[in-house]
Design a protein. Structure first.
Lengths: 261, 442
């Protein structure tokens, strides 16, 4: 039996392709700036109890580009509308990196749309200390390697990105990077008004962060903690920017614990 | 045929190993910039352009790059404004202003109008998208590069031609009160040439606008292909393209003896030369190229564009280590230097050995504009000027004659797009590939 399937939902005139898998109460999953990498161990662990709903971001190859989307808040607006129209609200959400930025923007615009929010290595707030990696000025290879603390000893990293990059993969990465530049070039991968708008939001929030994250510094985590009252932090020791594949057991544990019924 | 002079105005005092270590010119730290040397050089290069005028060149061409010792012209319009005042008759050709990275087309319209006025109508405006590295240096969103280029261009034409005040609200730029006081001296506006390195999208855009396309030292075979593409597009638009639609810029270095020319001409590969202009990740920023171009690149791992291949983009971004084998790199560069001469993408020699090569280029490409690009690297002012003098005194008269013989009108003498072509009528050739086969370049 297939673990997941693909479906298309029409929202605001856009055909959004989404991955859906698992069973139980749905959870919205927002992928990162490199695109949905495929159904991984952590997906499977979570899918035992929950139905994962993963929209594929417009412009990333599967869902067509939407010309009027010019920043992450616009994208958040589209996704908020999608949740309304699919009657999925209120829903739990897990956002990764730029996907966490989108989740935070959604919460800022409509705090009641989520029940609980998990932000993994979240971009979106300019850190007071440290910098979000200038990943658009790297080759894809270097960017990918920067996302995990120890590429050679992260089996799932090798499974998705090891070996020769095929023309299709190369093109998909270029699509993702192009769309990310369209939305996040300036200000770079953050929105100065986001912390102010999050300030009034009362939403159970868990921030997951690998203590060897080379893409998003601890300063971003601190920014979210300061903005969202009561936000908790789960640090995953030894992991980089992708704790979900670097230590999927620890990741699934903290997320399941936070999202338990 | 119009003959122009061009130099990148290289900063010649960076240790070559720093460029090798950085794997490119772009990004070499500006701690290697010495203001005394910079002051000397900016003044020298202005004088050099005056010398070009004195020698009889028809045009001096300037360009602009940022954050790199490869080219000191980071604000080309400043130099152009000075040349507008201190030269008397040469055309001042800008190849070109990088519209997307300047981000302020109204200001650009004003600057260029001033230059055209000060020079009393000697400006040739040119536009570029800006090299990939320029997008990073100026934090110009590469994903909107072509949109920014097109919108800025269209706005500037309007700003120069539509009586103000008027209101403009575009996708990327807004000016609610457009009324630039100083308008260009030339009417309706200065001629425009578009330099490029063979992006088909740019070539098509040029054909649509009837702008001459200036190939920047591009390989002969692909240049012929793209010029044919231009001419095919022109045919669809109802005109016959000719030499007035094309220009070619090529590295040329001459000396009194072959040995000396060969030695000093290595300046063209100093630090890696043009192919070390910027690292792959800086050459092709995300979204800078069209989807089609990325697809072409993805499918041809070895195929390259500006020295950038899909293979290189799949590699890492790391700088080299100090103990890497720079001598090995130099050996490879030396081989490429000889190959480039064989392929006629660099001309180095004495006037005598260079003449037949340049004639061959003119036969194949039939350009209305021919621009010589002086040497890069740490070559003395004296040697640079010797090369210019040898070209002007010993080659220019013969080349002008040859241009007449081949029938190569330039775009200032003959309006590009002025030869109508009725539908159903096939076009005449714009290039002559017969000499390509003798060079084994087909």
């Amino acid at each position: 039996m297939a673990l997941w399937n693909e479906e298309t939902v029409r929202v605001g005139g856009v055909d959004v392709t989404a991955i859906k898998g698992g069973s139980g109460e749905p959870v919205l999953v927002l992928h990162d700036e490199l695109g949905y990498p495929g159904w991984m161990t952590w997906n499977q662990r979570l899918a035992e109890q929950r139905t994962l709903f993963v929209p594929l971001q417009p412009g990333f190859g599967r869902t067509p580009r939407v010309e009027w989307l010019r920043n992450y808040r616009d994208l958040a607006g589209l996704y908020v509308r999608m949740l309304h129209e699919l009657r999925l609200e209120p829903i739990d959400v897990i956002g990764f990196s730029a996907g966490a930025f989108v989740a935070a923007e959604m919460a800022a615009s409509d705090p009641h749309i989520f029940k609980r929010m998990v932000l993994v290595g979240p971009m979106g707030i300019k850190p007071e200390e440290g910098e979000i990696l200038d990943f658009l000025s790297l080759t894809v290879r270097s960017h990918l390697r920067a996302t995990v603390a120890d590429p050679e000893n992260t089996p799932e990293f090798g499974a998705i990105y090891g070996g020769e990059m095929t023309p299709a993969q190369f093109e998909a990465f270029e699509d993702a990077r192009t769309e990310t530049a369209r939305l996040g070039w300036e200000p770079f991968m953050h929105n100065p008004s986001l912390p102010h708008l999050l300030n009034g939001v009362r939403l159970p929030t868990l921030i997951v962060w690998g203590d060897r994250d080379g893409v998003v510094p601890r300063g971003c985590v601190d920014g979210y903690r300061a903005a969202i009252e009561g936000a908790r932090v789960a640090e995953i020791k030894g992991a980089g920017h992708r704790p979900e594949i670097e230590d999927s057991a620890a990741f699934a544990r903290v997320v399941k614990d936070f999202l338990k019924p | 045929m119009l003959i122009g002079y061009f130099t990148e105005r290289p900063y010649r005092w960076v240790p070559e190993n720093e460029v090798f270590r950085n794997r490119a010119f772009y990004g070499v730290s500006n701690r290697f910039f010495d203001p005394e040397k910079g002051a000397e050089d900016y003044n020298y290069f202005l004088d050099e352009n005056c010398y070009a005028e004195e020698l009889g060149f028809d045009a001096v061409a300037l360009n602009e790059h940022h954050g790199t010792p490869f080219c000191m012209g980071s604000v080309m319009n400043v130099e152009a404004a000075i040349l507008a005042r201190i030269t008397k008759k040469v055309r001042i050709v800008l190849v070109g202003n990088p519209l997307p990275v300047i981000k302020h087309p109204l200001r650009m319209a004003e600057e260029l109008a001033e230059i055209d006025l000060i020079s009393r109508g000697r400006l040739v405006a040119g536009w570029v998208r800006g090299a990939g590295s320029e997008q990073f240096f100026n934090h110009a969103n590469p994903a909107f590069n072509r949109e920014l280029f097109n919108e800025a261009h269209d706005f500037i034409i309007q700003a120069w031609t539509r009586p103000g005040p008027w209101r403009y609200e575009g996708k990327h730029f807004s000016y609610l009160q457009v009324n630039p006081w100083a308008l260009p001296y030339q009417k309706p506006y200065p001629p425009m040439w578009i330099p490029g390195v063979l992006s088909p999208e740019t070539v098509k855009w040029c054909a649509e606008h009837r702008y001459p396309y200036l190939g920047l030292g591009t390989a002969l075979g692909p240049t012929c292909d793209l010029w044919d593409y231009y001419a095919d597009e022109a045919r669809k638009l109802g005109y016959q393209a000719g030499p007035e639609n094309f220009g070619y810029l090529i590295p040329v270095f001459l000396a009194e003896t072959e040995d000396r020319a060969q030695e000093l001409g290595k300046g063209f590969i100093y630090g890696g030369g043009q192919s070390a202009f910027s690292r792959p990740e800086h050459t092709l920023p995300p979204g800078y190229n069209s989807k089609d171009a990325i697809r072409r690149l993805a499918k041809q791992p070895g195929g390259s564009w500006l020295g950038v291949s899909a293979d290189k983009l799949r590699q890492g971004s790391e700088v080299r280590k100090d103990n890497d084998d720079y001598d090995g790199i130099r050996q490879k560069l030396l081989a490429s230097y000889h190959n480039a001469q064989k392929n006629l993408t660099i001309i180095v020699g004495t006037p005598k050995s260079a003449l037949p090569k340049i004639k061959t280029l003119l036969e194949i490409l039939r350009p209305g504009v021919f621009v010589v690009f002086n040497v890069q690297g740490p070559v003395s002012n004296q040697d640079r000027m010797t090369s210019m003098r040898l070209f002007a005194q010993e080659l220019m008269p013969a080349l002008r004659e040859y241009g007449k013989e081949l029938g190569l009108p330039d775009s200032l003498g003959k309006t590009p797009g002025s030869v109508k072509l009725n539908s159903g009528v096939s076009r005449t050739p714009v290039v002559d590939r017969s000499a390509l086969s003798s060079l084994h370049l087909v």
